[in-house]
Write a protein that binds this ligand. Structure first.
Ligand code: KG4
Length: 340
């Protein structure tokens, strides 16, 4: 009998559901919330309400696209955290209700584990390219910036992480400072392609070990822009491409320096990236370049699997389900990684 896993993701502002049959993706439906655009960031209360509206239609569509009925499901994988608590509550409660009504097990997934395993999402007609264990993953999103050693699908260790802001936040805040809107990453990525990455220099942090810091570089941009605007009110408009290219290059330099150090320290040459910022074209190019130079095997998840999606949650859940993990119905969502 085939194994059908339903994945549910609701940790931030995307409501998503996906179905896997024997590890192969049949559907991956994502409802992105537009309501936050006017606020320049995700508003938690609005996010929970939108999840509540979206969850039933999104799950129904994922099942319909997969061509299966709820009764055919084997298990439900859902994001328990980290993320926004009100958002996580919607997905978790939905998973519990479905698990009870269908009398099938559920498996909780750490959202970050989903990103770590994004290269293992198998699709019909697409040749799989999966890293060998152990591998390193540069996990970069709006909430995280980490270097993780992955020893098996269910066994991973954080080698380094940000001590303040996440790199995605740095992209988003930079975009806000430059008046470019939200989310900032995709806009900066696009404008950076048109600019000179060497034109402006921003302060890089000196943090020991494999940890990151992004708050200083953000402040460095803030003061730089403030001083230049005092001299020329049109400074931003005239220089936005160069500003984006230079700022993006600084962030990529910071990320790559520690990743290279981690690869040297561990001797691991299987390297992957994951999380929303791994969609950044500059970062992807640099990773490939450095990989060639350093004889790494690099693995880049497809764009559609870099940002939040339930396909990666279903994959992470399927690995755990097969390892015998079952989550009891009294589970509660958790907002912070430390509570996991
Ligand atoms: O993983 P994700 O969808 O959500 C979580 O934070 O969990 O990541 C969202 C982040 C945002 O900060 C967004 O600006 C950033 O990913 N992002 C990008 C790009 N696309 C999305 N950052 C840089 N370049 C991009 N192309």
């Amino acid at each position: 009998m085939a194994e059908y896993i339903l994945g549910i993701e609701s940790s931030c502002d995307d409501t998503s559901a996906a179905v896997l049959r024997d590890g192969v993706l049949l559907s991956n439906v994502i409802a992105s919330q537009q309501v936050h655009k006017d606020y320049g960031g995700v508003v938690p209360e609005l996010a929970s309400r939108a999840h509540e509206l979206n969850i039933v239609p999104v799950v129904s569509e994922a099942l319909a696209k997969a061509g299966i009925k709820p009764a055919e499901l084997t298990a439900i994988a859902f994001t328990r955290g980290p993320g926004l608590l009100g958002s996580l509550l919607v997905g978790t409660s939905f998973a519990k209700s479905l698990s009870l009504s269908l009398d099938i097990p559920m498996v909780m997934v750490n959202h970050l584990q989903g990103h770590l395993l994004a290269n293992f999402i198998r699709q019909e007609g697409v040749e799989p390219r999966e890293p060998a264990f152990p591998y390193l993953c540069l996990l970069v999103s709006g909430g995280n910036s980490q270097i993780v050693r992955v020893d098996s699908p269910v066994d991973y260790t954080i080698l380094g992480q940000t001590i303040d802001d996440a790199v995605g936040e740095a992209f988003d805040k930079c975009s806000k400072m430059l008046g470019l809107g939200y989310p900032g990453g995709p806009v900066i990525d696009r404008l950076a392609k048109l600019g000179d990455p060497e034109r402006f220099k921003f302060a890089k942090p000196q943090i020991p070990g494999l940890d990151y810091s992004f708050s200083g570089v953000k402040t460095s941009l803030l003061y730089f822009v403030r001083d230049r605007l005092a001299e020329d009110p049109d400074f931003l408009e005239k220089n936005k491409e160069d500003l984006c290219a230079s700022f993006q290059k600084t962030l990529i330099d910071i990320l790559m320096t520690k990743l290279i150090r981690a690869a040297k320290q561990t001797g691991i040459r299987e390297i992957t990236i994951g999380g929303g910022v791994s969609a950044n074209s500059g970062l992807r190019e640099r990773l490939v370049q450095e990989g060639k130079k350093r004889r790494w095997n690099t693995y880049l998840p497809e764009f559609k699997f870099t940002t939040d999606n339930a396909a990666m949650i279903a994959v992470a859940g399927a690995f755990q389900y097969r390892a015998g993990v079952r989550t009891p119905l009294d589970v509660a969502p958790v907002s912070r990684m430390a509570d996991f």
